[in-house]
Design a protein around this ligand. Structure first.
Ligand code: GLU
Length: 446
């Protein structure tokens, strides 16, 4: 059977590093097995879902380079869920319950006080037809619960190994709300059956859902997929991701200039035994991808590591990949020589703008030693310049002025680039050209 996975976000907010992890891991898993990857929007919670978030999620996935082979939206499939609910009712696995939120909260508190697990006591199962009719006459609409089978459910988790959960520790889950809308737990299983999903890879916050969902697969006459639950991310202090980190949306990372491949390179390896290394393409990550490398320990997410990785990705990026990005930031004229000269000094792609002004102008240099700079201007070799012009020029200047080291080089760098540090002058000077260099050495903007 071909591997088939899905990424199933709820369009109730932006993608952040936590949920993007499920996207990347599923995508790499599919690609590493020649399988297919589906985007499914879990949007049955109409009050919280919206089309704007759905569009932003698609945009973020494209930014990461994660294309999808299939697409579905749960709100398009409501008739299908109704039919599946009917099938469960017919088997006696879906029952109406009438308790209000307050009644349920009171029940849970009572059970806790008696040291019983705070699970639903199934009192709705004991209602006779007459009692149900009376409650409905009062205006109560039932929500519908799935009758869990007693005993424990076990599965071999792709990451956690053997997992076993006793149904007695879990309440019969509500599958249909009183307003008739179905809940994610249920829709997800119907979808996974209909779309032939073979592997469900998601965060360990879903482990308890898996008990319910495995029972649902069986109740609907289907074999459950393989489940794998990765450990959640924690912050650098080892605590659960702080509000700030958890809210680190892909949109905001992108705005601060983080490279998409930095996000993918980090997230594909966090929580595995493998080192995090800067990768230029998703294909390189696919090659080394193995779900069994993920461990059970919480994975540390460090924003500083992400920044560092992002810079390293730029440093190693070849011109073919950089060119469209340079165009996007308005540097369509920037060529390969420019890119090779500056890439090693970029923290973010946007930094290339300054270096483009350095080679193409206009730029006002910083004048530190006007007399020295006048001598330097006079000694600029005539054009055409070869690749060694910087060495020739500064050798002549050393001889003429007796300056050396920092006092020789620093004023030149400041006048020509307006920065203390940057790419090798050896590479920049030929790109700046004689005319522009001369003007800047004389304190003019050029
Ligand atoms: N909509 C669910 C979530 O975002 C999907 C979980 C799953 O992959 O089954 O958590």
């Amino acid at each position: 059977m071909t591997t088939s996975v899905r990424f199933a976000p709820s369009p109730t907010g932006l993608l952040h590093v936590g949920n993007a992890r499920a996207a990347i891991v599923n995508w790499l898993f599919a690609r590493s097995r020649g399988g297919s990857f589906m985007l499914r929007l879990d949007d049955t919670d109409q009050a919280r879902s919206n089309a704007e978030y759905a569009a932003r999620i698609e945009e973020d996935l494209r930014w990461l380079g994660l294309g999808w082979d299939r697409f579905a939206r749960q709100s398009d499939r409501l008739a299908r869920y109704q039919a599946a609910a009917e099938a469960l009712r017919a088997k006696g696995r879906l029952y109406p319950a009438y308790e209000t939120e307050e009644e349920l909260a009171r029940q849970r508190a009572l059970r806790r006080a008696r040291r019983l697990p705070p699970v639903y006591d199934r009192s709705a199962l004991a209602l006779g037809a007459a009692e149900r009719a009376r409650l409905e006459a009062e205006g109560r609409r039932p929500h519908w619960r799935f009758l869990l089978e007693a005993g424990s459910t076990a599965w071999t988790d792709g990451i956690r190994g053997e997992v076993r959960i006793d149904a007695a520790t879990v309440s019969d889950p509500v599958l249909i709300r009183a307003d008739g809308t179905p809940l994610y737990t249920f829709c997800s299983v119907v979808d996974d059956i209909d779309f032939g999903i073979t592997d469900v890879i998601r965060g360990e916050d879903h482990v308890t859902n898996t008990l319910t969902q495995i029972q649902l697969f069986h109740a609907l006459g289907a074999a459950p997929p393989v489940f794998a639950h990765f450990a959640l991310l924690v912050g650098t202090d080892g605590e659960a991701l702080s509000k700030r980190e958890a809210a680190l949306s892909l949109a905001s990372l992108r705005e601060t200039g983080i490279e998409p491949m930095a996000v993918a390179s980090l997230i594909a390896r966090l929580g595995t035994a493998d080192p995090v290394e800067p990768r230029q393409t998703l294909a390189e990550l696919v090659a080394g991808f193995d779900l069994s490398r993920f461990g059970r320990a919480a994975a540390r997410f460090d924003e500083a590591e992400l920044k560092h990785l992002s810079a390293r990705i730029l440093h190693g990026m070849d011109f073919a990949r950089a060119a469209p990005r340079l165009r996007e930031i308005g540097l369509a004229a920037a060529g390969e020589e420019f890119w090779r000269a500056v890439r090693g000094n970029l923290e973010t792609m946007a930094d290339a703008r300054h270096w483009w002004r350095v080679v193409a102008g206009p730029l006002a240099g910083v004048i530190e030693a006007p007399e020295y700079l006048a001598q330097a201007a006079a000694l600029l070799p005539p054009e055409p310049w070869g690749g060694d012009v910087w060495r020739e020029w500064t050798a002549a200047l050393r001889e003429r002025t007796g300056r050396k080291g920092r006092t020789l080089f620093h004023p030149l760098r400041l006048a020509l680039t307006a920065r203390e540090h940057g790419p090798e002058m050896h590479n920049l000077l030929p790109l700046i050209g004689r005319e522009r260099a001369q003007a800047r050495l004389a304190g003019r903007t050029a």
